[in-house]
Every structure is written in C-alpha cells, then in structure tokens.
Write a protein that binds this ligand. Structure first.
Ligand code: FAD
Length: 383
C-alpha cells in the first residue's frame, strides 16, 4: 500500500538499515546509549524536522515527523533513545523568549545541542502532576531548586532539560495545577553544582535516571514563559508527544507483523508451514487490520495538529489505539515464534519489552480512557 511521505520513509529506512538487530541487542545488553545511531539521525536532519526554518530546522509538519518515527520503529530500531529531541523543544518554541529560542533552536538544528530530557515525574507523583514537590524559589536574579525527579530519560545525553517545579504551594492558587513553572536547565553547568544524576536500570534500555536537586542555583532567565503557568505549557506539548509516540507504536506493530508473517512462512511443524494454520494466520491478520485502523487515527491527529486545530481527543485516541495495536502485535509475534520468540537473537523479546512501555508512558492507558470519558463524552470526573 502506498504510504504518505514515501521519500522520507525511504531515506529513514536506508539510514536504519545500517543499525541491524545485533547493534540494538548489544546496546540493550549493556544498557548503553545508541550514540552512533542518534548522531546519524541528527546529522541527516530528521530530529529537527519540526523546528522552523528561521531557526535552522527543516520546518516540516507533524505528518512528516510521524513518518520518520514510524519508519525508525518499523526498521527494528528504537526511537525512544531520541524521540524527545523532536518535541521537547516545542515548549520553548511556543512559550520561550526570543533569546531562549535563538540560544537553543539553531544549536538543536545543527546537532550541536541536545534538549531531549524533561523532568516532570517524581517518586510520589506520576499521574497526578499537581502533587510534585520539587520547588524553585526566587532569590534575586536566580532560582534555588530543591527536590527529586524519577524516570528522567536521556538526561545524561542532553545539554539542557525542561524542568517542572513548584514556584507556589499547591493550595495557594485557584486550582491545584496553578503555581508550577517550567525552567530550561543547562545540565552542563548544573551537574556537580547541585544536580546529581543516577542511572536507573529498567526493563528497557531507555537511558533513564533518577535526578536530585540540592540547592541548585539557576539564573532567573531560565524561566520559560510566565511563572505559575508551567503545567499549561507542559500540557500544550503533550499532543505532539502523543502523536509521535503513536507513530512509533504503528512502526512497532508493522515490525511485529512482518516478523511474524516471515516466520510463519518459513517454519515447518507437522511437515507443513505453521502459516498454513488459521490459528496462526488469523491473529496476524487481525493485528494487521487493527494496526491499519490505528494508523488512520494517527494520520488524522497529525493532520489536525498541522492545521492548528485542537487535536487533544484525537492525539489521545491515536496513542491509545496505536499502543494497543503494537502491544497486541507483540504478543502475537511472540506466540507465532514459539520458544524462539524468547531467544535474544530474534529481537522479538527485546521489541516486546520496548513496546510494552507505551501502555504506561508517557501517559497510561487508564488516564487516556479517563480523558475521553470526561472531556469527550461528558461523563463525571472520576478523580
Ligand atoms: C522507561 C520510562 C521512561 C520515562 N521517561 C520519563 C521522562 O523522561 N520524564 C518524565 O517526567 N517521566 C517519565 N516517565 C514516567 C511516566 O510518565 C510515568 O511512569 C507515568 O506517567 C505513570 O506514572 P507513575 O509511574 O507514577 O504511575 P502512578 O501515577 O503511580 O499510577 C500507577 C497506576 O495506577 C493507574 N491510575 C492512577 N490513577 C488512576 C485513576 N484515577 N484511574 C485509573 N487508573 C489510575 C495508572 O494508570 C497506573 O497504571 C517514564 C517512565 C518509564 C517507565
């Protein structure tokens, strides 16, 4: 079937073909960062495709960006190592000062700078962001930061991070989400001066960490936009994040379906191909149909994003459907491979673990359902 942005897809697939399964297996085993892969994607300009041309990017839309992310995953690579480089800058682009944009965006475009870490989640507050405890206290021309973040991914491979911290207590504003602010922290200056990063070994190789702030002093000019409006700014960036991650899930689903189809066409049991059994064929066919349906929702959300429409519902539904499609395809692919699905060399178990993440992060399935129930259908708020 002809796909949109075939030229971009071909170029991404060509680049990814240089990073085969064994490259990712080794990185996964060592929990090492795929530096070479990220550098190649950056140099080819793919990670700056959403940055406007006036700041050195290629000024493309979400539709093209989803083609990049989908193709990375469909090639068996893992865009989780760098996907945030595409969308984290959106907060600065939309809400940052001209000075912040000039300081950051051309550097991201050229590959000199990385902004691919954001610290929102804390040990005691994941889903309920309003309960974050990290504080930023204004002291003259500076802010003093104290607190802790967890699951801060890619920070060890980033020059800047976006940090969400409380500048006013939770009960001081009209709503619990008021009183939080976003800061652009220069990691190079902060590390060792109040910022400590500790790697967090996890089920997937995601360069994720725990981050500690002990009297970290940052210039007041690090504040993005207005004080107290940080939660709104983070929310504004979520549609882009959800759409791009949906595209990654579609790519994963395609990879699992291709892998299962090829295996079912090769593996003989009882002297015939396993793919001849409808018990093997039907799950593959169903996953294909579900992946195609989810892909249409991703396209729709991306098109709405590009035309400036409010795409909150579509971005959330795309994330839900695509994450479900990829997880179901992962399970089907493992089952199709029988015992060999567990063997590292087939890459199925690695991709299986990697795609499981998207049922939980960056937003869990339950919270998307709750958003649809409350904001689309008008059902009562449940929490
Ligand atoms: C590998 C990895 C990388 C990550 N990277 C980042 C990152 O770079 N930056 C960052 O800030 N965060 C990151 N996260 C954190 C991620 O966004 C959170 O894990 C996610 O938001 C869920 O929060 P939690 O883990 O605290 O779960 P909790 O909030 O403790 O929720 C636990 C479970 O309860 C469910 N639940 C909670 N409330 C309700 C309710 N009202 N109704 C129904 N169900 C409910 C949730 O859906 C979830 O299944 C990452 C996480 C992982 C695992």
């Amino acid at each position: 079937m002809k796909q949109r942005h075939q030229d971009i897809r071909d170029a991404v697939a060509q680049l990814c073909s240089q990073y085969p399964g064994e490259y990712w297996r080794e990185k996964d085993r060592e929990q090492a960062y795929p530096t070479e892969f990220v550098r190649a994607l950056t140099e080819a300009g793919f990670l700056s495709c959403l940055i406007p041309e006036e700041y050195g990017g290629s000024g493309l839309g979400m539709s093209e960006a989803t083609a990049v992310m989908e193709e990375i995953q469909a090639s068996g690579c893992n865009g989780g190592a760098c996907h945030a480089q595409m969308y984290t800058m959106g907060t600065v682009l939309r809400h940052g000062s001209e000075e912040q944009k000039r300081m950051l965006l051309p550097g991201i475009s050229s590959g000199e700078l990385r902004l691919q870490a954001f610290g929102v989640t804390e040990p005691t507050s994941g889903t309920d962001t309003s309960r974050i405890r990290t504080t930023a206290t204004r002291e003259g021309d500076t802010y003093r930061i104290n607190g802790q973040k967890v699951w801060t991914s890619r920070i060890a491979h980033s020059d800047f991070m976006l940090l969400l911290a409380r500048t006013a207590p939770r009960d001081a504003g009209e709503k619990p989400h008021h009183g939080m602010s976003v800061f652009l922290v220069d990691i190079r200056e902060a590390q060792g001066n109040g910022l400590t990063i500790k790697p967090l070994r996890a089920m997937v190789n995601h360069a994720t960490t725990e981050v500690f702030f002990d009297d970290l002093i940052i210039p007041a000019s690090s504040l993005v936009g207005e004080e107290g409006k940080g939660f709104r700014y983070i929310l504004d960036g979520m549609n882009a994040e959800r759409i791009l991650i949906s595209a990654e899930c579609i790519g994963d689903a395609r990879w699992f379906i291709d892998k299962a189809t090829n295996y079912a066409n090769e593996r003989k049991v009882f002297d015939r191909l396993i793919g001849q059994n409808q018990g093997i064929q039907f799950p593959i066919a169903r996953c294909y149909a579900e992946m195609q349906a989810a892909a249409l929702m991703v396209e729709r959300a991306a098109d709405m994003f590009d035309s400036g429409e409010n795409c909150g519902a579509e971005a959330n539904m795309a994330k839900l459907l695509a994450a479900d499609a990829s997880w179901k395809a992962a399970d089907m692919c493992l089952q199709t491979h029988g015992g060999f699905g567990f063997a590292e060399e087939y890459d199925v178990e690695r991709k299986f673990r990697e795609t499981r993440l998207y049922q939980i992060a960056p937003i869990s399935t339950n919270l998307i359902l709750s958003f649809i129930a409350e904001h689309v259908l008008g059902l009562p708020r449940s929490f």
